[in-house]
Design a protein around this ligand. Structure first.
Ligand SMILES: *Cc1c(COP(=O)(O)O)cnc(C)c1O
Length: 421
């Protein structure tokens, strides 16, 4: 469900014409729908109604402050994976009591930041990290509440680059090592084990692998309690997939929630969830302008002004984004197959191969759909292209929530060594 639709023949976000935004802000530009963000946060919240549950939105999916503030107003907490994301979450007004800190490679500085902020929980991913966190917390005279992220050795399905819960993945503590690590935590100062954490991947399109992983983790919770550890929280990560094209069949949040209700029945834990994509993914589009078409043997290239530096998912994981012209065409319009590519000097700078689209004129604008998660956050200035702009829509209003930097700003961090002056 999202709030991008044609009205009077032009694609709109809520009540705002995307042309109006592109006219003012230029392209490429990301546009986010507040109504969609709110709706997704509410649907997930309502699915867990009556359960003790913290929805910690995964900031890495889309960390724009406008997005975070919109979700904070819905009561979302935050799952952060760096000191920078922690600062973003705090800047958006998310209270520390609703922030969890994940990630395999936290620095001492990042641990100190989390401890000083008094965050809800650290999700730790190795025995070595536990030792360092204990040291940092002890020096500060604080105690870190921790959950160990365990690797349940379950295949999540989906693209191998976004699977995180198999034994060969770098994430989590090996299943066989978990009990010993909890025993070690009990001996250490500055750390207190309060939970177990698991996150098996992203864009997961079936409930069964999640159920298998969560059932495994529940057996660990019971075993740890028998060993005397006061486990009161269960962090089940994120990962629920979204439809990227018509016909994609994804389990609804209610089915996911009912499975979690069943699996945690009678366990008496606070459930923590870290949804990212399912909240932000279909709440954003990337608008680009068609520059040229170029016939080539056996194909026609459509060259647009957005590149892989602006939207990296197709290059990074062969991801599919639907492409809609801002100008609506009748269903009967003849289509031709385009290879849709950007201006970057890399062969991987390709958004779609043999994609059927109506004839696109130079100067026409297109929307890359479902680009709200892992879009702008992965953007770069490669080829000295300014970082892509971002706009947030709310009803009939919109605001530029990240402007495009000027060229002077882009080079301002660089200095010329004195031997070159
Ligand atoms: C990426 C990530 C998430 C969010 O994943 P989605 O698929 O966007 O829901 C949650 N938790 C952790 C630890 C992650 O790395």
């Amino acid at each position: 469900m999202h709030h991008f639709h044609y009205r009077n023949g032009r694609l709109h976000c809520e009540d705002v014409s995307l042309d109006a935004i592109a006219d003012e802000v230029g392209t490429p530009v990301y546009v986010y729908s507040s109504a969609t963000l709110r709706r997704h946060a509410r649907v997930i919240g309502e699915a867990f109604d009556g359960m003790s549950c913290l929805i910690a939105y995964s900031v890495k999916a889309n960390g724009n402050l406008g997005v975070l503030k919109t979700l904070a107003a819905e009561g979302c907490g935050a799952d952060v994976v760096s000191g920078g994301e922690l600062k973003r979450a705090r800047a958006a007004g998310i209270p520390p009591s609703r922030i969890v800190f994940s990630g395999v490679g936290k620095t001492r500085e990042e641990m100190r930041l989390g401890l000083e902020e008094g965050i809800h929980q650290f999700n730790v991913e190795s025995a070595a990290e536990v030792e360092v966190l204990s040291d940092v917390a002890s020096l500060l005279g604080k105690t870190a509440k921790i959950a160990v992220r365990v690797n349940p050795d379950v295949a999540a399905g989906g693209h191998p680059n976004i699977s995180t819960g198999k034994a060969g993945d770098k994430f989590g503590v090996p299943w066989e090592a978990a009990d010993a690590l909890y025993a070690r935590i009990a001996e250490l100062d500055g750390v207190e084990a309060v939970g177990v954490d698991v996150h098996i991947g992203s864009q997961i399109d079936a409930i069964a692998p999640m159920r298998a992983a969560f059932e495994r983790v529940v057996t660990l919770v019971r075993r740890l309690r028998e060993a005397g550890h006061a486990i009161t929280r269960l962090d089940l990560g994120g990962g629920l997939g979204i439809p990227y094209k018509p016909g994609d069949d994804l389990p609804p949040p209610s089915e996911y929630a009912n499975m979690i209700r069943q699996v945690t029945e009678g366990l008496g834990v606070e459930v923590i969830l870290e949804p990212g994509r399912v909240i932000a993914g279909n709440a954003g589009v990337l608008i680009a302008e068609a520059l040229f078409t170029k016939p080539a043997p056996k194909r026609t290239f459509l060259i647009v002004d957005a590149g892989m530096n602006d939207l990296m998912r197709p290059a990074l994981y062969q991801a599919h984004h639907d492409i809609l012209p801002l100008e609506e065409r009748p269903d009967s319009t003849e289509q031709i197959n385009y290879d849709v590519v950007g201006p970057i000097c890399e062969s991987t700078d390709k958004f779609a191969t043999e994609r059927p689209l109506p004839v696109i004129r130079p100067g026409e604008r297109l929307a890359f759909m479902s680009a709200g998660a892992y879009g702008a956050v992965l953007s770069s200035q490669y080829n000295a292209r300014p970082l892509v702009a971002e706009v947030l829509v709310d009803g009939d209003k919109y605001a530029i929530v990240r402007r495009r930097p000027t060229f002077d700003e882009m080079i301002a961090l660089e200095t010329t060594p004195d031997w070159l002056t």
